[in-house]
Structure formats: structure tokens, C-alpha cells
Design a protein around this ligand. Structure first.
Ligand SMILES: *[C@@H]1O[C@H](CO)[C@@H](O)[C@H](O)[C@H]1NC(C)=O
Ligand SMILES: *[C@@H]1O[C@H](CO)[C@@H](O)[C@H](O)[C@H]1NC(C)=O
Ligand SMILES: *[C@@H]1O[C@H](CO)[C@@H](O)[C@H](O)[C@H]1NC(C)=O
Ligand SMILES: *[C@@H]1O[C@H](CO)[C@@H](O)[C@H](O)[C@H]1NC(C)=O
Ligand SMILES: *[C@@H]1O[C@H](CO)[C@@H](O)[C@H](O)[C@H]1NC(C)=O
Ligand SMILES: *[C@@H]1O[C@H](CO)[C@@H](O)[C@H](O)[C@H]1NC(C)=O
Ligand SMILES: *[C@@H]1O[C@H](CO)[C@@H](O)[C@H](O)[C@H]1NC(C)=O
Ligand SMILES: *[C@@H]1O[C@H](CO)[C@@H](O)[C@H](O)[C@H]1NC(C)=O
Ligand SMILES: *[C@@H]1O[C@H](CO)[C@@H](O)[C@H](O)[C@H]1NC(C)=O
Ligand SMILES: *[C@@H]1O[C@H](CO)[C@@H](O)[C@H](O)[C@H]1NC(C)=O
Ligand SMILES: *[C@@H]1O[C@H](CO)[C@@H](O)[C@H](O)[C@H]1NC(C)=O
Ligand SMILES: *[C@@H]1O[C@H](CO)[C@@H](O)[C@H](O)[C@H]1NC(C)=O
Length: 793
């Protein structure tokens, strides 16, 4: 046995000792089970060929076996979220191939020279890419040797420990770091000495330490940064305007420090920000109107500063805003009426300011506003009565002396009745009516002529972000009952799929959540977004929304929301579980229809789509059936978008410029030429389609145990063409055809002809030589022809 992959089950008890007799084992994955007990201390000698060890998310106790350092082929040791105690073995320094060491969320200690030895030892592992010890019991000063870790290391996560003192300057050697966290420790000192070296950082988390000094101006050189948490420290000085150089910045949290001065307008001009949190500092001056260019902003927190001036009207241009907290400042003037345009707003706190004027009634039109705090201002006039203002527990208006009216539950004084002036003089009516009438007419014409015109560019050029209704992490949490197991309907190589009821769109949905800690998950997410960005076809699984944000723990969260397909995937229909009492099968017509649906989808992707798309992972589990049994092609996580090149062959094939050495299709369906390193091309999809069609007709999976010793599903069918096809056609289909068409009739013959034609199409898709395969356009045409010839419909 070389591989044993039992992750994501409910295995419990101890790991059986017999398993440690599998001396040839290379990959052991028992992730996410309920396994307990301890690991044998001689594990490394018992499994000397081990390359990948995945034991995360169990309840394993005891020491991490030092003998693993003897299993010299180990490249991955991932055992997060267990109950390991003791030290990290320094013998891991012997693992020349070590690439990923993840021991986060255990109870491992390091508090003296001996227990820290492992860090120096790991400097031997020149391939180390990821080291996570977050959530353990590392104590005291971080040793200088941290700077001797592999210069290529990309992730270093040491958060939630008990580290203190200064960060050793040697850490600046780690110039390739993209993810770096020291959050929730007791580090002190300045960051200036080391931070600027890490020019590739994408995520930096220093939350909850005692860092002091100023935020260096040179932080503007870390142009890849997208998440920057420096909150809950003792930083002082000003916010450097160079943060405006960070074009990728989406999350900025500098709250709970001692920052002074103005909010630089430059940082508000970087359009990618989704969360901007600057609360609890000593910031002063006005909020620059440039805030309006933060088109992706969902959260703006400026509470407890010394900001003055009016709330900029431009704030209403940030249409995605869900949360605004600007309480405890010195804002003056009116609340901008335009805030009533922020349809996504759920929380608005403007309390403890010096705002004056009336409360805009438009705030009552905001459908999902559930928390509105306008207390302790100088607001006056009538309280609106619609929307959020109906719910007295959702609003807070205390400390405004001149407010009146509102719903009766508020028990505010009635507003004084404004007495209307005497009648309007007749001559004014005579002058005003024609003037006003003419003005209205002009307006009307203006709207009729120009409104449609100016509205058009918007709708014809949808950007990816505005194309879909926005859903938040919270919406998805609600929809799937906190991603509960009972809502889990599927699991991919780096994603989970949940079923749920999504309130904002009021629809049943499938939510694919990408496991971002898995390698390649980010790429899958991007590939899928990229492929589906501009595709629209009735046989392609429709996306309802995309959510790319951070979860409540501050980790990145990416998910895609699809329409829910109530009839599940094709695999389940073709191979129903044998213990089902009343298994449902697909009939001939249904199978032909599914085959046509998928051929149409591929024809569209290969030939009609603006950018030619190659799916790369066609198989029954990626085909989903809606309530009407119409098939939809899904899972574009390894798909490729191609540029049209001059090298396309006359058959109209396109190939991706990217070398396909890294294409990971599915065994049985992946085209043979990919193994030899050929470029990804549409003819690879055609091959997979041929195998799929053979599977649908024979009822046999290409990985069925009967296919061995050189026999595969293609030869199996070819060997029986054309005379013995009933040896290979799914027995269930044969029964059906006999029931539908009495034997030895013309109809029976027509059914036979139909099977024959379908098998021939399938075989000509699955030819060994890619240049001989037919195109999906031809397939689609042929299948439609076959369908027409069927004697029953
Ligand atoms: C494991 O191997 C040892 C010796 O190689 C043998 O004595 C033992 O019976 C094996 N255990 C199991 C459970 O197979
Ligand atoms: C680890 O052990 C502690 C008690 O020692 C227990 O409370 C905790 O739930 C355990 N954690 C896991 C993941 O099993
Ligand atoms: C295996 O590792 C342990 C601890 O690191 C060491 O004591 C032992 O000598 C090693 N055994 C072999 C065969 O290398
Ligand atoms: C580093 O590697 C060398 C050679 O592979 C080995 O001899 C040495 O013991 C290793 N050092 C540590 C600290 O593990
Ligand atoms: C670690 O780096 C320091 C310099 O920072 C160097 O003097 C020392 O020799 C290095 N140690 C190892 C084991 O490479
Ligand atoms: C750092 O990353 C770059 C590419 O991102 C790579 O070329 C380089 O070799 C890496 N440095 C080290 C020391 O691994
Ligand atoms: C952190 O370490 C200090 C001593 O260095 C100790 O007093 C404190 O209890 C530790 N905190 C935790 C959470 O372990
Ligand atoms: C940072 O804090 C340390 C001790 O807490 C102090 O010695 C140092 O002077 C401070 N540095 C700055 C720049 O405030
Ligand atoms: C960025 O780096 C360059 C060269 O390393 C340096 O000259 C420049 O001052 C840096 N910029 C900032 C904002 O620190
Ligand atoms: C608004 O902020 C104040 C502090 O300034 C806080 O007391 C209040 O609870 C907040 N209101 C809401 C609705 O969160
Ligand atoms: C009123 O608002 C409170 C607080 O936001 C909320 O818990 C409650 O459900 C709301 N009541 C109604 C009837 O909407
Ligand atoms: C393909 O799989 C291999 C090994 O399973 C993995 O190393 C590689 O990153 C994968 N490539 C892609 C593009 O997912």
C-alpha cells in the first residue's frame, strides 16, 4: 500500500497498530476524523517511505514522534488541531525535503533553549515553504535563528502564543514571505527594522501585541499587501500616506492604537478596500471626500477619534457599505440624505457627534438596516416612521433635545402643527402654472430621450462585481445554518459544498466554500470565476453570486453561490448506491438529452464563447441535474481560458498556452496525451466527453475493476462494434427498449441503430490521437440527429 486516504470521515478510536506495518506507505491522510490515542514513538522507522502525513483535526495526544525525522522523504507534516504536547522535535531538521510543517492549534511548548532547538534545526530544511505553530504555547523571546529558516519560506504563522520581547531583526531575511502572523502575542518594539524587507507580503497580521513607534512610510513598498492588521498595539505617529500605494489592499485595521493626524486621502483612493477600520485612535481633521472612491467598501469604522467637519456626501457612492461606525467624534452639519441610497446598510452608528438638522426620512427606506444609533447629537425635527424607525429597539435617539414625532411607542413629544399660510394669490397661480408646466414638460422630454441612453452603458458592460447580487459572509452563514454538517452535500479536492436557503435572493442555493489553506484552492477559485465571468448558457451551472471576504476569525473566505440543482449529480444517477430500495435509473431519452445538454455546453465553451474555455475535468460528478432533469455542466476549478492563437488547427481546436504538466484531470477521463505533457486543448475535453458518453451507455465507470490488463472502456466497446453491442449496452437500457418496442419490429431496429450511432460518436471522440477526434460542434449535430430518429419521444 502506497497511499491511504481516509480523511473527512468519522473514524474514531486509536490508529490501529497494524497500519504501522505498511512499510511502503507514502501518503497517509487521516485528516478530520475523531481519532485519539497517541502516535507510536518509532513511527518514523516503521514508515520510512512516508512523504505526506496529514493527521489534522483529530484528538491525538502525546508527543510528536521524533523518529519522523528519520523518514527522510517526508515533505508534508500537517497535524494541526490535535492535542499534541511536548516539544517540536529538532530531528525535523534532518528532513531535507520538508516543505510544509503545520502543527497549529496544539499544546506544544517552547520555553527554554532546548525546546527552541527545533527552530535552528529547521534552517537545514531548504525547501520549507510553510511553518505554522499558531495556537500553541511558545513562550518568551523568539530566537534569532528564525532568520535562518529557508529564504524561500512563504508562510510563517506564530500567532496566539505567548511570545514577547522584540522581533529579531534577522526575520527580515525571510524576503519571500507572503503570509506572516504574530497576532495575539506580547511583542514589543518597532516594526521598522524588518518589515520593509518583506516585499512580497500579501497578508500581515500583528493584531494584539505591544508594538510601538510609528508605522514606517516604507510600508508603501509592500505593494502586494491585501490584508494588513496592526490593530490593538501601541503605534503612534501618523498614518503614512504611502499606504495609498497598496493597490491590492482590501482589509486595513489600525484600530486601538495611538495614531494622530489626518486620514490621508491617498489611502482612500485605493479602490480595492473592503474593510477600513481606524477606530479608537486620536485621528483629527476631516474625513476626505475621496472616501467615495472606495467602491468595494463594506465596512467603515472610525469610532472614537477626533474627526471634525461634515460627513462627506460622497460616502453614499460606496454602494456596498454594510457597516458604518463613526460614533464618538466631532462631526457637524446634517446627516447626508444620500446615505438613504446605501441599500446594503445594516448598521449605522453616528452617536456622540455634533450632527444637526433633521433625520433624513430616506433612512427609513433601507430594507435591511437593523441598527441605527443617532443618539447624543443636535438633531431636530420630525422622526421618520417607516422602516427601521418602526422598531423602537433597533434605533437609539437619546440625547437629541429637539426631536419629535415618530411612532407612538417612542413616546416622543408630538411635533408642533405647522399652520398653512393663507390662500395663494390668484396672479401667482396665473404665472406659475404655465411656467411650472413648461418646466415639467422639458423634464419629461429629457427623461424620455436621455435616460435610456445614459442607462445603457451600465447594463451592457457588467463588471464581475456588480453583476451578481452581493452576499455577505453572514448571509452564507445563515443560509447554511453555520455551514452545518447536515447541510453539507459534497466535497471537492479543495472545497466543500453546502445546501442552503439564501435570504437576500430568496432561493435555494448550493454554496461552494473554498478551503483556502489547501494548496491550489485560491487558484481554483480564480479559475472558476474567470471561466464563468462571461459565460451564459442554459447548460452551464448558473452562478448567483461570489463572496470573497474575511470570516469572523479574520481569515480569508472565498465562496461561489450557485443555483441549487435538486436532482443531484449524474454520477449518482448512473451508479445508484446498491443498498437503495428503489433506485431510480435514467431512461434512454433522458440519457440522450443529458448527452445533448453537455455536448451543447462544451460546443458553446469551445466555439461560441468570446474567450475559448477548456473545462479539463469533465466527468459525471461535475454534471448536475435541475428539477426538469436538464443537465448543467459545473466545477470549472481547473478549467483554462485560452487566447486564440495562430497555431490552432484546421479542426477549430484551441489550445492553452500554459503548459499542461500541471493539469490534474480525473483518472479514467483525462486524455492520454496530457500524460505526455501536451498542451491543454479542446480535444482533451472531447476525449473526456467520449468516455462520459460510453459510461452513460454502458453503465460502467471507466475505473471499474473489470478494466485492467490493458483493457479500457474504449477497447471494450470497440471490440463489440458493430455486431455485439448488446453485450456492452447497460442492461437497464436494454430492458427499457424491449419494453418500449416489441422485439423484431422496425422500432426495435431503430433503437438498435440509435445505440449504435451513439456508441460510434463516443468512440470517435475518444480516439487516441487528438487530431483525429471530432469537434464538439459535430458531436452536438450528430446527437441531435440521433434524437430525431428515436421512435418514441
Ligand atoms: C506487524 O509486523 C510484525 C512483524 O513484522 C508482526 O509480528 C505483526 O504481527 C504485524 N502486525 C499486524 C497486526 O499485522
Ligand atoms: C485537548 O485536551 C483538553 C483537555 O486536556 C480538552 O479539553 C480538549 O477538548 C482537547 N482538544 C481536542 C481537540 O481534543
Ligand atoms: C531515528 O531517530 C531517533 C530520534 O531522532 C534516533 O534516536 C534514532 O537513532 C534514529 N534511528 C535511525 C535508524 O536512524
Ligand atoms: C542538517 O543536515 C545535515 C546533512 O543532511 C545533517 O547531518 C545535520 O544533522 C542536520 N542538522 C540538524 C540540526 O538537523
Ligand atoms: C544563522 O544565521 C546567523 C546570522 O544571522 C549565522 O551567523 C549563523 O551561522 C546561522 N546559523 C546557521 C545554523 O546557519
Ligand atoms: C523567492 O521567490 C521567487 C519567485 O517568487 C523565486 O524565484 C526565488 O527563488 C525565491 N527565493 C528563494 C530563496 O527561494
Ligand atoms: C505567558 O507567559 C507569562 C510569563 O512569561 C505567564 O505569566 C503567563 O501566564 C503566560 N500566559 C499564558 C496565557 O500562558
Ligand atoms: C517601545 O517600547 C519599549 C519598551 O516597551 C521602549 O523601550 C521603547 O523606547 C519604545 N519605542 C518607541 C519608539 O516608543
Ligand atoms: C521603496 O524602496 C526603494 C528602493 O528599495 C526606496 O528607494 C524607497 O525609498 C522605498 N519607498 C518607500 C516608500 O519606502
Ligand atoms: C454606537 O456607539 C456607541 C459608542 O460610541 C455605543 O455605546 C453604542 O452601543 C453603539 N450603538 C450600536 C447600535 O451599536
Ligand atoms: C427590532 O430590532 C431588534 C434589534 O435590532 C431586533 O432584534 C428585532 O428582531 C426587531 N424586531 C422586529 C419586529 O423587526
Ligand atoms: C496536481 O496534483 C499534484 C499532486 O497531487 C499537485 O502537486 C499539483 O499542485 C496539482 N496541480 C494543480 C494545478 O492543481
Amino acid at each position: 500500500m502506497r497511499q491511504l486516504l481516509l480523511g473527512g470521515n468519522r473514524l474514531s478510536g486509536e490508529i490501529p497498530v497494524a497500519l504501522f506495518n505498511l512499510t511502503l506507505l507514502r501518503e497517509l491522510d487521516l485528516d478530520s476524523n475523531e481519532l485519539g490515542g497517541t502516535l507510536p514513538s518509532d513511527m518514523g522507522e516503521a514508515l520510512p517511505n512516508l512523504e505526506t502525513l496529514e493527521l489534522g483535526g483529530n484528538m491525538i495526544e502525546g508527543h510528536v514522534p521524533a523518529s519522523l525525522g528519520n523518514a527522510s522523504r517526508l515533505s508534508t507534516i500537517n497535524m494541526p488541531v490535535n492535542n499534541f504536547t511536548g516539544h517540536v522535535p529538532s530531528s525535523f531538521g534532518k528532513l531535507q525535503k520538508l516543505y510544509s510543517l503545520n502543527l497549529e492549534r496544539n499544546q506544544l511548548r517552547a520555553n527554554d533553549d532546548q525546546s527552541w532547538e527545533f527552530l535552528a534545526a529547521l534552517s537545514n530544511c531548504s525547501l520549507l515553504d510553510m511553518l505554522s505553530l499558531y495556537g500553541n504555547q511558545l513562550e518568551g523571546v523568539l530566537p534569532d535563528t528564525v532568520g535562518n529558516l529557508s529564504a524561500g519560506i512563504q508562510s510563517l504563522l506564530l500567532g496566539t502564543n505567548n511570545l514577547s520581547g522584540m522581533v529579531p531583526l534577522s526575520i527580515g531575511n525571510l524576503k519571500n514571505l507572503t503570509k506572516f502572523s504574530l497576532a495575539y502575542n506580547g511583542f514589543t518594539g518597532t516594526v521598522e527594522g524588518w518589515i520593509t524587507n518583506m516585499k512580497k507580503l500579501q497578508g500581515l497580521n500583528l493584531h494584539g501585541n505591544n508594538f510601538n513607534g510609528s508605522i514606517p512610510f516604507s510600508i508603501g513598498n509592500l505593494t502586494q499587501l491585501s490584508v494588513l492588521y496592526m490593530d490593538n498595539n501601541k503605534f503612534d505617529g501618523v498614518i503614512p500616506s504611502s499606504l495609498g500605494n497598496l493597490r491590492q489592499l482590501s482589509d486595513l485595521d489600525l484600530s486601538y492604537n495611538n495614531l494622530q493626524g489626518n486620514i490621508p486621502k491617498e489611502i482612500l483612493a485605493s479602490g480595492s478596500m473592503t474593510n477600513c477600520i481606524l477606530s479608537y485612535n486620536n485621528l483629527e481633521g476631516v474625513l476626505p471626500p475621496e472616501v467615495g472612491s472606495l467602491q468595494q467598501l463594506t465596512e467603515l469604522q472610525l469610532s472614537s477619534n477626533k474627526l471634525t467637519g461634515a460627513i462627506p456626501k460622497t460616502l453614499a457612492q460606496c454602494k456596498q457599505l454594510e457597516t458604518i461606525k463613526m460614533d464618538q467624534n466631532f462631526f457637524t452639519e446634517d446627516i447626508p440624505i444620500s446615505l438613504g441610497d446605501l441599500q446594503s446598510l445594516t448598521t449605522l452608528n453616528l452617536s456622540h457627534n455634533k450632527l444637526s438638522g433633521a433625520i433624513p426620512t430616506a433612512l427609513g427606506d433601507l430594507k435591511i438596516l437593523t441598527q441605527l444609533d443617532l443618539s447624543y447629537n443636535h438633531l431636530e425635527g420630525e422622526i421618520p416612521t417607516k422602516g427601521v424607525f418602526k422598531n423602537t429597539t433597533a434605533i437609539s435617539l437619546n440625547g437629541n433635545k429637539e426631536l419629535c414625532g415618530g411612532v407612538t411607542d417612542l413616546q416622543m413629544p408630538l411635533c408642533p402643527i405647522v399652520s398653512h399660510k393663507k390662500g395663494v394669490p390668484y396672479y401667482m397661480v396665473r404665472v406659475l402654472v404655465p411656467v411650472v408646466g413648461l418646466a415639467l414638460l422639458v423634464l419629461l422630454i429629457y427623461f424620455a430621450v436621455f435616460r435610456n441612453l445614459s442607462g445603457r452603458p451600465h447594463s451592457s458592460l457588467p463588471s464581475f462585481h456588480s453583476q451578481f447580487p452581493k452576499v455577505s459572509y453572514k448571509d452564507l452563514l445563515q443560509a447554511t445554518s453555520n455551514f452545518s454538517e447536515s447541510n453539507l452535500v459534497g466535497r471537492g479536492s479543495c472545497s466543500f459544498v453546502y445546501r442552503g436557503q439564501l435570504l437576500p435572493v430568496n432561493a435555494e442555493v448550493a454554496v461552494k466554500v473554498f478551503e483556502l489553506e489547501m494548496q491550489g484552492a485560491d487558484i481554483s477559485f480564480m479559475s472558476e470565476c474567470e471561466a464563468l465571468r462571461s459565460t451564459r448558457h442554459r447548460n452551464i451551472l448558473p452562478i448567483l453570486s461570489v463572496c470573497s471576504t474575511i470570516d469572523y476569525k479574520g481569515n480569508p473566505f472565498k465562496a461561489i453561490v450557485y443555483e441549487f440543482m435538486p436532482n443531484g449529480d449524474l454520477k449518482t444517477w448512473l451508479h445508484p448506491a446498491s443498498d437503495l430500495e428503489d433506485p431510480h435509473y435514467l431512461g434512454i431519452i433522458q440519457r440522450v438529452n443529458v448527452a445533448i445538454n453537455i455536448a451543447d455546453a462544451l460546443d458553446y465553451l469551445h466555439h461560441d464563447c468570446e474567450r475559448h474555455i477548456i473545462h479539463c475535468d469533465l466527468k459525471p460528478s461535475n454534471i448536475l441535474l435541475d428539477a426538469d432533469m436538464v443537465a448543467h455542466l459545473g466545477d470549472f476549478s481547473i478549467s483554462r481560458v485560452c487566447v486564440q492563437t495562430s497555431s490552432q488547427s484546421s479542426a477549430g481546436n484551441y489550445s492553452s498556452p500554459v503548459n499542461s504538466a500541471s493539469v490534474n484531470g480525473t483518472i479514467g477521463y483525462i486524455a492520454p496525451e496530457y500524460a505526455g505533457g501536451s498542451h491543454v486543448s479542446t480535444s482533451g475535453d472531447v476525449y473526456s466527453y467520449g468516455v462520459l458518453l460510453l459510461e452513460m451507455l454502458t453503465g460502467k465507470s471507466p475505473t471499474d475493476p473489470m478494466f485492467n490488463n490493458g483493457l479500457n472502456i474504449i477497447y471494450y466497446v470497440e471490440n463489440n462494434l458493430p455486431d455485439n453491442i448488446f453485450r456492452v449496452v447497460d442492461a437497464y437500457l436494454q430492458e427499457e427498449s424491449e419494453a418500449l418496442a416489441p422485439a423484431y419490429t422496425e422500432e426495435q431496429n431503430a433503437v438498435y441503430q440509435c445505440f449504435l450511432s451513439l456508441l460510434k460518436v463516443a468512440v470517435s471522440c475518444a480516439l487516441q490521437d487528438p487530431s483525429e477526434r471530432i469537434s464538439m460542434r459535430e458531436v452536438s449535430k450528430k446527437l441531435n440527429g440521433v434524437k430525431m430518429s428515436l421512435p418514441f419521444e
